[in-house]
Design a binder for this molecule. Sequence first.
Ligand code: PBG
Length: 331
Amino acid sequence: MFPIHRGRRLRVNESIRSLVRETSLSPADFMFPMFIMEGENTKVEIPSMPGIFRRTLDLTVEEVRELFALGIRAVNIYVKVSDNLKDNTGKEAWNENGLMQRAIRAIKAACPEMIVMPDVALDPYSIYGHDGIIEKGDVANDATNDALVKMAVSHAQAGADFVAPSDMMDGRVLRLRQGLDAAGFHNVGIMSYSAKYASAFYGPFRDALDSAPKDADVAVPKDKKTYQMDYANRIEAVKEALWDVEEGADMVMVKPGIAYLDIVREVKNAVDVPVTVFHVSGEYAMIKAASERGWLDHDKIMMEQLMCIKRAGASLISTYFAKEAAILLNK
Ligand code: PBG
């Protein structure tokens, strides 16, 4: 009790503050999400994500080498699929010469120690912009799982270290584990997007891949609320994460980040696997927009948000700020 207890003693200067700091950040805490497109020697900036590009494979590989040199040890990769390859089955997703499969091979060849985690979900391949196959006006769970298994096995064949199902179908983690094992890929891990909310924060990502739910001539849900979670729910996140761990997930993810840190802590306390957090596109866009206007200090806000996500319980953070933050941390 005051006057014996004075909390400010532990804050007198930066040295003492650094001695008692409870959480630290390093480049190895980050995974970098990357958008890949067909072509050569080209990169296109995403309008709603300043500083983030869709890159052709050659430039992707160069970027991966730079990320590795900065201390970043994992990339999450997403591809922009041309419209003529999209259909309702998503079959381009397991084409062994598809862009994703070529990207995995190219990155692993150039930088074998970089952990490559391709996204497993059908939305970039779906004419309807949904994460699965549309039947009778909704995404068909079990038929979609069959497709996801083929997709994940093709990623493993291309050399993926982990697969990252972001689709929110029920039972997909078990199906992926069984499928990978049956194909001999016991060491290919699963990072499951376990508590993925139906969130408006994904807008800029859908611009980047042109993957938003689309109008169609058949009945199609207008949003992803029949599979992604209701953001009013907390207990449900724990249930989803526990199921995924039971089904064989090596890591679970909570997504989005900053507005969901209560969920991060709740899941962290419930599971015994690493918890990852996706600091998503809309969160990135907000910081960029406000700091372009001079309303927020970009670097300070970036580091504060990343540190707070880690403090909430994240072992790893997937963030579009990975490179900028790593550069700052390495100074
Ligand atoms: C799609 C997927 C999405 C994101 C990652 N994988 C979008 C969605 O579910 O519509 C969002 C990532 C971001 O906003 O940065 N399966």
